[in-house]
Design a protein around this ligand. Structure first.
Ligand SMILES: Cc1cc2nc3c(=O)[nH]c(=O)nc-3n(C[C@H](O)[C@H](O)[C@H](O)COP(=O)(O)OP(=O)(O)OC[C@H]3O[C@@H](n4cnc5c(N)ncnc54)[C@H](O)[C@@H]3O)c2cc1C
Length: 582
C-alpha cells in the first residue's frame, strides 16, 4: 500500500498512519465530494457522499478498510464436506470456463465453483490481435503502435509485459475458442461499429460469436442469438461433457495457506455447511470485478462513484469478495491507481456529431470523443447533468457518418454490426422509439418546448443552439474544434434531447499479477498455487479503459484464462498456444 512508486493517488490507512498519505487523502476526498455533490439527492446523504465519508473515516484512521483486518479462520467443526481436487477455478464466467477447459486440455482435472445458480454472461465484444478471421479479411495492424497507444491511454500505469503477452497470444486463443464452439453451431464475426477520428480511433480487433438466424439487432438493450449470451451456455455444455464439474451456489469464502507457503485449500459454501476443497495444483481466481462494492470503488477509483448507475448480470454478483480474500491471504492489489472503470453512456453516445449541453443549457465540450470520455466530462458538469441534442434528420446524419467511416463507437445501438454491413436506420429508429417511451429521450416541435422538457434555462439553450448552427453554417467550430465533417445543424422539427446517463459496467483494476498469471504479494513475490485471470486480475489497465480496442475485457478473459489453465496444469504455454511476431 506504499506510495513508493509515486503512482498512488488513493488512500491507505497504513500509509496515512505513517504520515505519507495525509495530504493526498484530503485532496482525494475533497475531489470526490465536489464531483459527486450534484449527483446526490437534495436532502439526506447521497450514495457517493456516503462512500466518500467512509473513505475519509478510513483515511483519518477511525477504522481500517474492511480487507485490512484478518478474518477468523473457519473452524474445522463448521466444515461438513472435504473434497480433494486437482485445480479449483473460482467463477463460472468467460475467464473461468476458458481456464478450466484449457487446464483440462493440458491434462489436469479442474473443478469450477460459482456462487450464483448459473454462469455469468453479458455483452459480447471480444478483442484479439491477428486472429484467423482478421487474417481472412485482410486486416493487418501495426500492433507495436497499438500497444504504444494502449500504454499512453493508461499513462504508463500498466505492466507492459502483460500487454505484449496479450498481443502475441490473443489471436491464437481466439482461434482456439472459435474451433471449440464451431461444432456447436457458433460462428464468429468482426464488429464494424468502429469510431474513426484523428485522435481517437477504434481498431478492427473486435470479434463476437453468433448463431445462424440472429438478426444482430440490439434494439432492446440486448440481442437475440449473438454475443456472450450464446457463447457461455455452449462453454458450460462443453465443460460438462468433458467431465468438468461446475458446482453452482457455492461461494468461496476463505483461502487456506500453508504459513507463507502455497494455498492448499479453499473453503466454500454457507455458514454451518462449508466444503473444504483441498487443492493439489492450484486455485485460479476468475471471480470477476468489484463494481458492486462501493468501499472498494471509494478506495481505488473514487471518480467512478459519480456515475449515474451501475449494472451487472447476474445482478450485483461482482462484489470483489475474492479480491478481498486474496488480500487477506497475502496477495496485493496492483500498484497503479486510479483503477480504470468501464463507464458507458446511454441514449446518445453515438452522437459525436450532435450538440451536447449541460443542465444550464450551455455547450461544454467537443462532442467528437469516445463514450468513456463523455461519461467523465458529464460528471464534471453542474448537477452532473447533460443532454445530446439533434433534429429530425439526426439519425440519417449518423447513418451517413458511420457509413462514410467517420464515426461509430461503443454503445451507439448497433453493437453487433458485422464488418461490411451498413448502418440500419430502421433499427436505430426503433431504439429511439424505445428511448422516447422510457423517457430517456424527450421530443418537441420547438426548441423552446424542448428546453422546458429538459428543464434547462430556455434563453441559454436557444442561444447555444443559435451559436452552434452559425458555426455549422461556417463549417468551423471555433468554440471546441469539432471536425467539420461531423457538424450538422439543429434546424428541422421535431427536435430531440437524449439524457446522457453514465453507467459503470465493470471496474478493471485488480490483483497484482505477472505473465504466469500468479497472484503476487506486496513484496512482488508469487503466492504459490494462486492464479488470477479475467476482470479480477490487475496491472493490465489503469487510469482509463482503452476502448481503442473494444472488447479487451473479454479478450483478456479468454487469453489469460487459457494461459493460466495451462500453467496451473504444469504445462508449457508455448506447447499449446502459438505466438504472433510483432
Ligand atoms: C452490460 C455489460 C456489457 C458488457 N459488455 C462487454 C463487452 O462487450 N466486451 C467486454 O470486453 N466487456 C464487456 N463487459 C464487461 C465484461 O462482461 C466483464 O469484464 C467480463 O465478463 C469479466 O469476465 P470474468 O470471467 O472475469 O468475470 P465474470 O463474468 O463476472 O464471472 C465471474 C464469476 O465469479 C463469480 N464469483 C464471484 N465471487 C465469487 C465467490 N466468492 N465464489 C464463487 N463465485 C464467485 C461471479 O458470480 C461470476 O459469475 C460488459 C459488462 C456489462 C455489465
Amino acid at each position: 500500500m506504499s506510495s513508493g512508486n509515486g503512482l498512488k493517488t488513493g488512500i491507505s490507512r497504513a500509509a496515512f498512519l505513517r504520515g505519507g498519505a495525509a495530504a493526498v487523502a484530503g485532496r482525494a476526498s475533497a475531489k470526490l465530494v465536489a464531483g459527486s455533490a450534484a449527483a446526490a439527492p437534495a436532502t439526506g446523504e447521497g450514495r457517493a457522499d456516503k462512500a466518500s465519508r467512509e473513505a475519509s473515516d478510513v483515511a483519518r484512521g477511525c477504522r481500517p478498510w474492511s480487507w485490512e483486518s484478518k478474518p477468523v479462520p473457519i473452524p474445522a467443526s463448521e466444515i461438513k464436506t472435504v473434497q480433494d481436487v486437482d485445480i479449483l477455478v473460482i467463477g463460472a464466467g468467460l475467464a473461468g470456463f476458458s481456464a478450466a477447459l484449457s487446464a483440462q486440455e493440458a491434462g489436469a482435472h479442474p473443478v469450477i465453483i460459482e456462487k450464483n445458480a448459473t454462469f455469468g454472461a453479458r455483452g459480447g465484444h471480444i478483442t484479439a490481435f491477428k486472429s484467423r478471421l482478421q487474417d481472412s479479411m485482410g486486416i493487418a495492424l501495426d500492433y507495436r503502435q497499438v500497444i504504444r497507444r494502449w500504454v499512453e491511454w493508461a499513462q504508463g500505469r500498466v505492466n507492459e509485459d502483460l500487454l505484449w503477452q496479450f498481443a502475441r497470444k490473443s489471436g491464437a486463443c481466439m482461434d482456439w475458442m472459435v474451433d471449440l464452439v464451431a461444432p456447436r453451431g457458433l460462428k464468429v464475426a468482426l464488429w464494424d461499429g468502429y469510431y474513426k477520428g484523428p485522435d481517437y480511433t477504434e481498431l478492427p480487433v473486435t470479434h463476437f460469436f453468433y448463431k445462424e438466424g440472429t438478426n444482430f439487432l440490439y434494439t432492446n438493450g440486448a440481442v437475440e442469438g449473438a454475443g456472450n449470451a450464446v457463447l457461455l451456455p455452449v462453454l458450460e455444455t462443453i465443460a460438462k461433457e468433458k467431465g468438468i464439474p461446475v458446482h453452482y451456489k457455492t461461494r468461496a469464502v476463505q483461502f487456506v495457506r500453508d504459513g507463507n507457503g502455497p494455498v492448499i485449500a479453499v473453503i466454500a459454501g454457507s455458514k454451518g455447511a462449508y466444503t473444504r476443497y483441498n487443492v493439489a495444483r492450484g486455485v485460479i481466481i476468475a471471480s470477476g470485478d468489484y463494481a458492486s462494492n462501493e468501499e472498494m470503488r471509494a478506495r481505488y477509483a473514487q471518480y467512478s462513484l459519480a456515475a449515474d448507475s451501475q449494472i451487472y448480470f447476474p445482478n450485483k454478483c461482482n462484489t470483489g469478495d475474492v479480491h478481498v480474500m486474496a488480500m487477506q491471504t497475502g496477495g496485493a492489489m496492483q500498484r497503479a491507481e486510479p483503477h480504470a472503470a468501464v463507464i458507458h453512456l446511454e441514449s446518445g453516445a453515438c452522437s459525436y456529431g450532435f450538440l451536447h449541453v449541460n443542465g444550464q443549457g450551455r455547450r461544454y465540450k467537443n462532442e467528437d470523443v469516445n463514450t468513456q470520455s463523455k461519461s467523465i466530462t458529464k460528471a464534471l458538469q453542474p448537477g452532473n447533468t447533460a443532454w445530446t441534442i439533434y433534429d429530425a434528420d439526426g439519425l440519417s446524419v449518423v447513418k451517413d457518418q458511420i457509413d462514410a467511416g467517420l464515426g461509430g463507437g461503443l454503445f451507439f445501438g448497433q453493437m453487433f454490426m458485422r464488418k461490411g454491413v451498413k448502418f440500419d436506420l430502421d433499427a436505430e429508429r426503433q431504439i429511439l422509439d424505445n428511448h422516447l417511451k422510457s423517457g430517456k429521450v424527450v421530443t418537441a416541435d420547438t426548441l423552446e418546448d424542448l428546453a422546458r422538457k429538459m428543464a434547462v434555462p430556455v434563453d441559454n439553450f436557444i442561444g447555444t443552439v443559435k451559436r452552434y448552427n452559425e458555426m455549422v453554417a461556417r463549417r468551423n467550430d471555433v468554440d471546441y474544434g469539432k471536425r467539420a465533417d461531423l457538424l450538422a445543424p439543429i434546424a428541422k422539427s421535431p427536435f430531440y434531447a437524449g439524457k446522457l446517463l453514465s453507467t459503470v459496467l465493470t471496474m478493471v483494476g485488480g490483483l497484482r499479477t505477472d505473465t504466469r498469471c500468479r497472484v503476487l504479494g506486496e513484496d512482488d513475490q508469487p503466492i504459490a498455487n494462486l492464479y488470477v485471470v479475467g476482470a479480477a486480475a490487475g496491472d493490465f489497465f489503469a487510469n482509463d479503459y482503452p476502448t481503442i480496442c473494444p472488447g479487451i475485457g473479454h479478450g483478456r478473459c479468454i487469453t489469460f484464462g487459457r494461459l493460466a489453465g495451462i500453467i496451473a496444469a504444469g504445462r508449457s504455454v508455448d506447447d499449446f498456444v502459438g505466438s504472433i511476431e510483432i
